[in-house]
Ligand binder design. Structure first.
Ligand code: ADP
Length: 400
């Protein structure tokens, strides 16, 4: 049976078609610059990558072209072979606690929740509606970035501000990257031949966006992002958590309005803001090597905050069995993992530097009390699993 995983942005549409339950990828790709002058389609079949300029004007056109691509390459003979389509949705609020079959009511709810994710939720709705229009017989499933964190306790997800702000406006910590934190924690249990229900895990998602999640017995109990993905750790262009009193002070000093300051915190801070060079970790690391002092400072700030959160979450869960690294930086930078893990002997963390340098999956020494894992992010696979399980009426826990 075939399941499609979709991640729609305002001008892009990422897709991946899986054979389930074998989880083999049939095709993956992306439509870029939808709605702009020169849209492109990039896709990979059997390891062969193709890039084409395409004439499409909206997400519906992209879906038409995708269907044509599937049929003309004989990846499917008939649309009915695609049983379900899983859509990534950034914000499910407090309402969606797990993946959900999409109907008109659910679309309405996702639209309503756009006030918490003004850039992302409307784009997801565009993608959902495009597929529902062109492939009405496939089951549509929404997989929410926030849903995995719905297991946090009120004392964790509430902010210590007057309670009415939660009651009236639902101001609380939601957390993001949940689909990947969920995926890598399950992978960790599989790799360690253990049961996630018996483990305490800290998952470090280090990409352009950065978040850390404490997972106790398979449930998210705390995470670094908050009401929005601006909170928590230092990121490519985002500041992470800062003292909120800085905001009016910055406004006053620079005569900038609140939108301008928020734009600085979201788009001009983090690696970019401190190094003055780039939002991209590799550029900053390269400059640091050549002695660029602010690049060196940016790296130190990045690493020290990650250690701070890991320490906090070990205390929060009263222990940790495994620490996972995922996301572009977490998966690829042996330097980052080594710097974070080398001085955690008090926890019984013992990194194997050789395995770490080789980007192996398990990078701990045999006697390390805490297992250390490098697991590539794979949100698309988790989305496909959720959609497949719903179409088979299984829970994901039963499946893997
Ligand atoms: P996103 O959060 O947008 O999905 P990614 O997970 O792809 O982003 O992560 C992007 C980050 O990963 C960038 O800062 C990039 O420099 C870093 N990165 C990618 N490849 C490597 C590598 N080989 N070594 C170190 N960092 C890397």
């Amino acid at each position: 049976m075939k399941i499609m995983a979709i991640n729609a942005g305002s001008s892009s549409l990422k897709f991946q078609l899986f054979n389930m339950p074998s989880e083999t990828v049939i095709i993956k790709g992306i439509f870029e610059r939808i709605g702009f002058e020169t849209p492109e389609m990039i896709y990979t079949i059997d390891g062969k990558k193709t890039k084409e300029k395409v004439s499409i004007f909206n997400h519906g056109d992209a879906v038409d072209l995708l269907i044509h691509l599937l049929l003309s390459n004989h990846l499917i003979e008939d649309l009915s072979e695609i049983k379900a389509i899983g859509h990534r949705v950034a914000q499910g609020g407090s309402y969606f606690k797990s993946a959900t079959v999409i109907d008109d009511f659910v679309v309405g709810k996702i639209e309503e929740l756009a006030e918490f994710a003004p850039l992302h939720n409307p784009a997801s709705v565009q993608g959902i509606q495009a597929f529902m229009g062109k492939m009405p017989d496939a089951l549509s499933v929404a997989v929410f970035d926030t849903a995995f964190h719905q297991t946090m306790a009120p004392e964790t997800y509430l902010y210590p501000i007057p309670y009415e702000f939660f009651q009236k406006y639902n101001i609380r910590k939601f957390g993001f990257h949940g689909t990947n934190h969920h995926y890598v924690s399950k992978e960790a249990a599989r790799i360690l031949n253990s049961r996630i229900e018996n483990m305490k895990v800290i998952s470090c998602h280090l990409g352009n966006g950065v978040s850390i999640c404490a997972i106790d017995h398979g449930k998210s109990v705390n995470t670094s992002m908050g009401f929005t993905p601006l909170a928590g750790l230092m990121m490519g262009t985002r500041s992470g958590t800062v003292d909120p009193s800085i905001v009016p002070y910055m406004m006053e000093k620079t005569r900038t309005d609140i939108h301008g300051i928020l734009s600085i915190l979201n788009k001009k801070s983090g690696f970019l803001g401190i190094s003055g060079i780039s939002n991209d970790y590799r550029d900053v690391e390269e400059a640091a090597k050549w002695g660029h002092e602010r690049a060196q400072l940016a790296l130190k700030m990045f690493l020290s905050r990650i250690r701070e959160y890991i320490g906090a979450y070990v205390a929060f869960m009263d222990g940790v069995d495994a620490i996972i690294f995922t996301g572009g930086i977490g998966e690829n930078s042996a330097v980052v993992r080594n710097d974070i893990l080398s001085n955690m002997t008090y926890l019984g963390v013992r990194i194997d530097k050789d395995l770490n340098n080789r980007n192996a999956i398990s990078i701990h020494q045999p006697d390390s009390k805490v297992k250390l894992l490098v697991i590539p992010a794979n949100e698309e696979l988790m989305i496909a699993r959720e959609a497949w399980c719903i179409s088979e009426r299984q829970t994901v826990a039963e499946f893997k």
